[in-house]
Write a protein that binds this ligand. Structure first.
Ligand code: 4H3
Length: 226
């Protein structure tokens, strides 16, 4: 069982995306739990304000530390352990499948989503264990990266995919891209499925898949082979 608590100003946007398909089924089967927490509810301010102008100017708004800190305490207050807290940020280590595998070993992750110009540095220093980026580009908030993280980790939680095979041969599992896949019909747009895949010769098929993986990786992502 993997639990994700998400600290966000926009808890609703997680519901639709993560309640469909494989991740939705995983939640129903109690293999994962996804719990968005509305930071705004924890604001001490009478207008439930959660942001303010940056000291030193520079434009935009910064998320104030108090509501984030209290939302975080509402998670940890009843726990005898400290769950790992990840801040989704363009300054973090760029996510790859190795990091996904590592994080899938945890039982409880807290994901902190910033918005606007970001979060007051002091709350980051106090509660963040790890900063992760999903790539070298800037988004309006950490919510989409949090969903990417949840999806990539959840599919590695035992039982979420129907069999181990379902993910072991996929792109990036062994540092290579996946071989091409075919299904019916046998012929489409004048193109036939490679005969080897219909041969029934298991060893030859495995060898073909390996060769295709290497060829693809060489052509599309030579950087992965280095
Ligand atoms: C993560 C977060 C990109 C990534 C993000 C990424 C808004 C973090 C704000 C939010 C800060 C500006 N953008 N590449 N944006 O994973 O709170 O940095």
């Amino acid at each position: 069982m993997m639990k994700f608590d998400i600290l966000t100003l926009f808890p609703k946007i997680f519901d639709d995306v993560l309640s469909e398909s494989i991740i939705g089924r995983a939640q129903k089967n109690n293999l994962i739990e996804i719990n968005p927490i509305d930071i705004r509810k924890f604001s001490d301010n009478k207008h439930k304000k959660v942001d303010d102008y940056p000291y030193g100017g520079g434009g935009g708004m910064v998320m104030t530390p108090q509501p984030i800190f209290d939302a975080y305490l509402s998670i940890t207050r009843n726990l005898s352990y400290k769950p790992k807290l990840i801040y989704l940020s363009p300054q973090g280590k760029v996510l790859d499948q190795k990091k996904v595998r590592e994080l899938s070993k945890e039982n409880h992750l807290v994901l902190l989503c910033g918005h606007y110009e970001g979060i007051d540095e002091r709350v980051i220093e106090e509660i963040v264990d790890e900063e992760i980026s999903i790539g070298d580009y800037v988004l309006t908030g950490g919510e989409l990266p949090a969903m990417v993280l949840i999806d990539s980790i959840s599919r590695l939680v035992p039982g979420v995919l129907s069999s181990e095979e379902a993910y072991k041969s996929e792109s990036h599992y062994d540092g290579l891209l996946e071989y091409p896949q075919y299904t019916r019909p046998y012929e489409f747009c004048g193109k036939k499925v490679p005969d080897i895949l219909l041969s029934g010769h298991h060893a030859n098929i495995q060898e073909w898949k390996r060769q295709q993986s290497l060829k693809r990786t060489m052509e599309k992502r030579p950087d992965l082979l280095k």
